[in-house]
Write a protein that binds this ligand. Structure first.
Ligand SMILES: [Zn+2]
Length: 128
């Protein structure tokens, strides 16, 4: 007894292919919206001093000075962290790397704040 004809087999292969393509597209959409275009806003004393892009392959080192104090900020691998600071608590340095929208590093003694903001205006156009 023959259960599957050749046509049935092809139909199953096509259905499976479509399912995989669908899953692939869904995943790639998730990945691109998740890692979107993020920027880091570096504020000193309440004023935004610099906005830097957080994207793969972009590398930068910024030294922020506030009076006699300093914070050395490093951007790499789509993330940002404070590598070095002369503040007494070192909380900002210990905060480590951040790279997700709304995450924040604060250095209270030096009045330095790093905010991560989503700047994917092209994605907004589709969503709205
Ligand atoms: Zn600090």
């Amino acid at each position: 007894m023959k259960i599957l004809t050749k046509a049935d087999v092809w139909l199953i292969i096509f259905l499976l292919l479509f399912a995989f393509v669908g899953i692939g597209l869904g995943l790639s959409r998730l990945v691109t919206s998740g890692s979107g275009t993020l920027s880091a806003q570096i504020s000193v004393g309440g004023k935004i001093m610099q906005t830097v892009p957080l994207r793969e392959g972009y590398r930068q080192e910024i030294e922020v000075k506030n009076g006699d104090h300093y914070n050395t900020i490093e951007i790499n691998y789509g993330k940002i962290h404070i590598r070095e600071a002369d503040c007494p608590d070192q909380i900002c340095v210990r905060s480590g790397w951040i790279g997700i929208a709304t995450q924040q590093i604060v250095c209270l003694p030096n009045r330095v704040v790093i905010n991560i903001v989503a700047t994917d205006s092209d994605l907004d156009g589709i969503a709205r």
